[in-house]
Design a binder for this molecule. Structure first.
Ligand code: NAD
Length: 499
């Protein structure tokens, strides 16, 4: 069967890229399946999309926010109706198992409902003036054209975290999705179009990072860049955006740790470690890639973990028995394997996995065995660098203080977790761990949309998505002083009304 040619969506029209070239989206569980061909856009398409977004901005920003939100509520309803269809496509395009794909779509639904509610809030502040007959307040105003640049690991959820808050606040958007998951991006845009979004308010430009993403970041008419992806690309984007004084929010990588104390419920801790390390084949920014284990439970914990890791059933995520799907592409598969070789060279002990999985139907795709390294010291590169695959390291520690030092020893600071039955230890960990998120007695993954999400250091640049922070990235504060005294009143100089 011929693969379908999909298009960019600019100014309300579906169109090819200026280059006339296309790139394929491939099923990572079966590389012979091409899901579609997508426009390989360059700066000319970016210019067109930004121009459309710029032109439609003055009208969109004046649409009352509750009206804007109605469209987003309708999009949420459409996502609900199409949840299963989208989840199946996501498993085909990205590889995660169907249950997790449903969760990804659900996160998009949650975000759409949550943020559409903001249409009737977008709260500002009023406060008394220091001068008589003067009213003061601050309101949120939209920022302008927003560039949304997203990774492939949450093909639907992450775009909604950016696009929906940007739209409810009155911005227009140019969306550059990951080149590994363009089909899901196209589906989301189709849904927003069907929900009633006017032309030009949301524009979609497919393409590669260097060719389509970089010109979008640099474009002078883009006011806000909202990026989720690797720390390396995030740094480049941060530097490029700073040159133009653009507002930029960066959500980047992680090297997240689970601490397991001697007093932990070990069954619970092993469940959490398996889910954190091997869920989505370890391709989550919040994946647990370090297990920091106190010595008394080390042997028992490691044995149970290895047994469970080796029993995981790998395969096509559409099959109900599959517990772990493929990794995203061949380049990534090779990168994961390079880290296995590095771990061995560094002197870590390989307890499970450590190779590409080629058995049966898995030979058709990019599968890597669940991999467990023990005797890892926190200085090793496998304990410091983001592998973004099903590879987990076990780092032994003597006590909580050492555990916290280990957790805080990487350049990242996104998610973290501690398993303990001691409330004092839990509170100490919550206070001392340097990360945007700390879980107690549950794994490093499981963000809810109405709470702030983001990390420190190389995991983020001080911004947050979700929660009450969701709107902050996409609005400017405007402060208003209304003087009805009928005379010149000078703040800090005039004394105001005598007492
Ligand atoms: P990536 O950085 O390679 O790509 C992300 C996006 O940036 C893609 O759309 C890509 O085309 C684009 N891009 C690449 N180079 C660019 C450039 N020079 N200018 C502009 N855009 C460019 O990341 P990825 O491989 O798609 O995703 C995996 C990474 O994302 C991991 O590091 C993971 O931890 C991170 N991630 C972070 C979060 C978070 O919220 N903190 C969530 C999910 C994934």
């Amino acid at each position: 069967m011929m693969a379908e040619h999909l298009k960019n969506y600019i100014d309300g029209k579906w169109m090819d890229a200026a280059t006339g070239q296309a790139f394929p989206s491939i099923n990572p569980a079966d590389k012979s399946e091409v899901l579609g061909l997508f426009p390989r856009s360059d700066h000319r398409d970016v210019d067109r999309a930004v121009e459309a977004a710029r032109r439609h901005y003055p009208r969109w920003r004046k649409v009352p926010a509750p009206r804007r939100a109605e469209i987003l509520f309708r999009a949420a309803e459409l996502l609900v109706q199409r949840k299963e269809e989208l989840a199946v496509l996501m498993t085909k395009e990205m590889g995660k198992i169907l249950k997790e794909s449903r969760g990804d779509v659900q996160e998009g639904i949650d975000m759409a409902y949550f943020i559409a509610g903001e249409g009737r809030r977008l709260l500002g502040e009023t406060t008394p003036s220091e001068l008589p007959d003067r009213f003061t307040m601050s309101v949120r105003v939209p920022a302008g054209v927003v560039a949304a640049i997203t990774p492939w690991n949450f093909p639907l959820a992450i775009p909604t975290w950016k696009i929906i808050p940007a739209l409810v606040a009155g911005n227009t958007v140019v969306f550059k999705p990951a080149e590994d998951t363009p089909l899901l991006a196209a589906k989301l845009v189709e849904i927003l179009e069907e929900a009633g979004l006017p032309p030009g308010v949301l524009n979609l430009v497919h393409g590669l990072g260097e060719e389509a993403g970089a010109p979008l970041v640099r474009h002078p008419d883009v006011a806000v860049v909202s990026f989720t992806g690797s720390s390396e690309v995030g740094r480049e984007i941060g530097i490029a955006a700073a040159a133009e004084h653009k507002r930029v929010s960066l959500e980047m990588g992680g090297k997240n740790a689970i601490v397991v104390m001697d007093d932990a419920d070990l069954d619970l801790a092993v469940d959490g470690a398996i889910w954190g390390a091997f869920g989505t084949s370890g391709q989550r920014c919040t994946a647990a890639s370090r297990l920091v284990v106190q010595k008394k439970v080390l042997k028992d914990f490691s044995e149970r973990l290895v047994k469970r890791a080796e029993a995981l059933r790998l395969g096509n995520g559409l099959l109900p028995e599959t517990e772990m799907g493929p990794v995203i592409n061949e380049r990534h598969l090779k990168k994961i394997h390079r880290y296995t070789k590095l771990g061995l060279k560094e002197g870590a002990k390989l307890l499970a996995g450590g190779d590409v999985h080629r058995r049966g139907d898995c030979a058709k795709g990019f599968f890597y065995l669940p991999t467990v390294f023990a005797d890892v010291s926190s200085k090793m590169r496998i304990a410091q660098e983001e592998i973004f695959g099903p590879t987990v390291t076990i780092i032994p520690v003597a006590d909580l203080d050492e555990a916290i030092d280990v957790v805080n020893s990487t350049r990242y600071g996104l998610s973290s977790a501690i398993y303990t039955r001691d409330v004092g230890k839990a509170f100490k960990a919550m206070r001392e761990i340097e990360a945007g998120i700390t879980y107690v007695n549950t794994s490093t993954i499981g963000a809810e949309v109405h709470l702030p999400f983001g990390g420190l250091r190389h995991s983020g640049n001080g911004r947050r998505e979700g929660g009450s922070a969701a709107i902050d990235n996409f609005t400017e504060w405007k402060t208003l002083y209304i003087d009805f005294s009928g005379r010149l009143q000078r703040a800090q100089i005039d004394e105001g009304t005598p007492l």
